[in-house]
Design a protein. Sequence first.
Length: 572
Amino acid sequence: MPAFDKSRLPSRHVSVGPERAPHRSYYYAMGLTEEEIARPFVAVASAGNDSAPCNITLDAQADVAREGVIAAGGMPRRFNTITVTDGIAMGHQGMKSSLVSREVIADSVELSVRGHCYDALVGFAGCDKSLPGMMMAMLRLNVPSIFVYGGSILPGRFHDRDVTVIDVFEAVGKHAAGACPLSEVHELEKVACPGAGACGGQYTANTMACVAEAIGLSLPNSNMAPAPYATRDQIAHAAGAQVMELLARDLRPRAICTRAAFENAARVVAATGGSTNAALHLPAMAHEAGIVFDLHDVARVFKETPYLADLKPGGNYVARDMYEAGGVYMLMKTMLGAGLLDGECLTVSGRTLAENIDEVTWNPDQKVIREVSNPLSPTGGVVGLTGTLAPEGAIVKVAGLHRLQFEGPARVFDCEEDAFAAVEARAIAEGEVIVIRYEGPKGGPGMREMLSTTAALYGQGMGEKVALITDGRFSGGTRGFCIGHVGPEAADGGPIALIENGDPIRIDAEAGTIDLLVAEEVLAERRERWAPRVNAYGSGALWRFARNVGPASKGAVTHPGAAAERHVYADI
């Protein structure tokens, strides 16, 4: 067990010297001994709560991590942060809180660590925004840190097939189309989510869990193990012990999460057909490390990366199948062999990515992960777009799509509710390009996901018969020709704000373009008439977010990031 000199650690400010006697009295009140107070203080941050199945095992896992910290010579200090669970917030005003929660999670972890002068951090998260939020805090604080994912849910079984919550969302659309009786929807909703864990497909939570391993912040092959599996406790204990090794070596997140590591992470997102939300969260995480890695950088990496993992929603398998096939490192084995990853990047194991991958033996019998020489498609499952409709860029998931070009007349809605009502009423015509605007980071505010609308379209059989464009976001579970993150957003007077019903729009996901086919002089006239909209939020967290948030192309961040910092917390 390494010896630690607390005179060089942040926790000295609350535990060392006669002037800290009042501070130590609080630790004695909590049952700590003099020897335990002399140890490094390790924050164990959990996003555990009763909000959704993604989070209900996190506190128990965090308690196991505490045991690992103690065994390795540290003193764990556990605290909790919030989550907003997208599956429950979806389809109503609650979704405006989702992206805002990412910032609140990062801020709350930062403030707790700063306020109590913790020396290292083990963070547990299970639901979409809590994963990037926790990793953003790690990069912001730059204390030795390990990220632990709570694990995915096991698939439900319905009529002899595996199902996820996305099947329930799509069943709502089928019911609206008269193709699914209400009794079947009711039967499905009872079995789709059989227990603890995050949504099982390659939706946002599992996408960002893959990112955590690829970028080096999680222990090798730790994140695909489903939440109910006993191995999750072993992973939690190992993380608690390993963070003490990182503290002894002073190996910090910014030394791990280099620009090359961010490129590795983006490649893994593309190779798994992951959530378009990664194109929002990777830039935000890079921002915390002082690295410029925006939507265009992410899109460039996506374009160069083959689609290899046959995962839902575009494919056939769920996270449990990925785990049984060998996990993220099995995928990275073939990617590194083909020169698609930088193997010299460090990881929280203390070894390089290549050294970790070297311990993995390729499994030719598994069906989930293709070799690079035999991809599902030659380019990634997610594509960046730019053009006259989106000068700052946009993003589309093409994994599983049968067509990559679309042209049609615009059908414009100024909020998601109006669009969803039109979909439910079967008032959308085949060939139309649905435009949902004023749902961006500032305009929403909060940049809502549109899963209820897109799933309803797919359930009606319209998933690839229409296109949908928004300055908001899509769930990782979204299927169909759906373009999000359009920038500049409507609230900033971007071209999306100037579209009128019937305007022709052309999308080419193969060429990477999205264009509004309206003469510039016509748009100039419309721009003269355009006036900013006032949203419904004049106070509170959503008002504050709208006042501070930047463009989606740069991660929808709310502060200047590491480039403007005057000191790093870990060095206090």
